[in-house]
Design a protein around this ligand. Structure first.
Ligand SMILES: Nc1ncnc2c1ncn2[C@@H]1O[C@H](COP(=O)(O)OP(=O)(O)OP(=O)(O)O)[C@@H](O)[C@H]1O
Length: 380
């Protein structure tokens, strides 16, 4: 099983420019998480901070009991071996063929024999669908193949945590769909904890178990996918639907006057540039038939059901509806069950839960939802 990553109060600045502050989240072991955010919000800086390539100013990032922010260089070196990283451009050596690129970490960090290295390299290349391309140079293959090669290289040291920096960048939608499937298939096969940073809406909707979003120097949400997919938070809705209308502007933030002017144009019938308006929880990608079941999904069910009562009503509904009838029976829940429970009898999270984020992995901002007023339906 992959390692858990616990991030607490992480803050990073470059000089006087704060990139993000007080980021707190947990990547549950063996689950797939996606971090969204407009360009320049510090998603790549976040990934680099997690492997100790950048040093945060404050906070903790704990992996297997080691805080990589404050640990010694030696410990950091050890912890880094748990990670496999897929960089944006694959970060392959242009002068080496794919075989040697994939073999590189094994030759560099282990004392394995060439026979053993060959076995591992061919196995990983097969996992990413690159069998037969061993002799190709990175310059001779497509962007999608380069990503796959980068992924194969990230896998050779059997990582417990895989970080993917915009795996879709430069890929067409079809290749992105294949890569999304590959990430889910890999997770099913090796049960690693995966964090993907991306702006790709389709990938964000269909791949992860957990979704988060960075905006305005903060982690505005992080939690089970159903929380963001059903969120009415304007910035989340705008991003997930690729709209111009909303708080995100050309240079990340918009002033009130610009927002009002755009709203006026939209009200007058001017199209705002979005081609889709998808709401709610779309089905999650499943491993290709024949591959093992994802262990992370099984564990997540128990985890999410244990924090269900702390989540916003629409997310609860989405989670319950995505369960099989057997699971609904097992957890003693059914769709729309809370709408019929009298308000006074519904368990509700304490205010402390919402303020301090004691929500397991969910970091739902205080403004995101409120306990329903007496007589109001739909809440817990
Ligand atoms: N080493 C560095 N020194 C100074 N500033 C940096 C450094 N690395 C990143 N930054 C700044 O941090 C900010 C966030 O950059 P980052 O690349 O993490 O954004 P991002 O969300 O990944 O963007 P994109 O989606 O466009 O890749 C940017 O303003 C960038 O200029």
């Amino acid at each position: 099983m992959g390692a858990e990553v616990v991030v607490e109060g992480l803050t990073k600045s470059f000089g006087r420019q704060t990139i993000w502050r007080d980021v707190t989240l947990t990547l549950p072991p063996g689950e797939v998480s996606v971090m969204l955010g407009p360009s320049g919000t510090g998603k790549s800086v976040f990934l680099k901070s997690m492997i100790g390539l950048l040093k945060p100013d404050r906070g903790r990032c704990v992996i297997n009991g080691v805080d990589i922010v404050s640990c010694s260089e030696h410990k950091l070196y050890e912890v880094r071996k748990l990670f496999g990283v897929l960089f944006q451009d694959g970060a392959l050596f242009g002068s080496m063929n794919l075989y040697d690129n994939v073999a590189f970490p094994l030759r560099e960090h282990t004392k394995k024999s060439e026979t053993e290295i060959k076995r591992i390299v061919l196995e990983k290349m097969e996992m990413v669908g690159l069998t037969g391309a061993e002799k190709k140079l990175p310059g001779e293959i497509s962007g999608g193949m380069r990503k796959r090669a980068g992924l194969a290289r990230a896998l050779v040291l059997d990582p417990e945590i895989i970080l993917c920096d915009e795996p879709d960048s430069g890929l067409d939608p079809v290749r992105t769909a294949y890569l999304s499937q590959l990430l889910i298939d890999l997770n099913a096969q090796i049960d690693a904890t995966i964090l993907i940073v991306t702006h790709n809406i389709n990938l964000a909707r269909t791949v992860p178990d957990n979704l988060g979003m960075l905006f305005r120097r903060e982690l505005i949400m992080f939690g089970p996918r159903e929380v963001l997919l059903t969120s009415e938070e304007p910035v989340v809705e705008q991003f997930l639907n690729g709209r111009r209308l909303g708080p995100i502007g050309m240079s990340e933030e918009k002033d009130v006057a610009t927002m009002a002017a755009e709203q006026e144009l939209a009200d007058a019938g001017h199209h705002d540039g979005s081609t889709e308006d998808v709401r709610g929880v779309v089905p999650q990608l499943q491993p290709t038939p024949g591959l093992p079941e994802r262990q992370g999904v099984r564990r997540r069910k128990d985890r999410v059901m244990s924090i269900l009562h702390t989540l916003p009503p629409a997310a609860q509904e989405g989670i319950i509806e995505s369960l099989t009838p057997e699971d609904q029976h097992r957890y003693n829940v059914r769709p729309h069950m809370f709408a019929t429970v009298p308000a006074g009898h519904r368990p509700s999270p304490s205010p402390r839960d919402r303020i301090t984020g004691d929500l397991g992995v969910a970091q739902v901002p205080q403004t995101q939802w409120r306990p329903p007023a007496p007589g109001e339906g739909g809440g817990v």
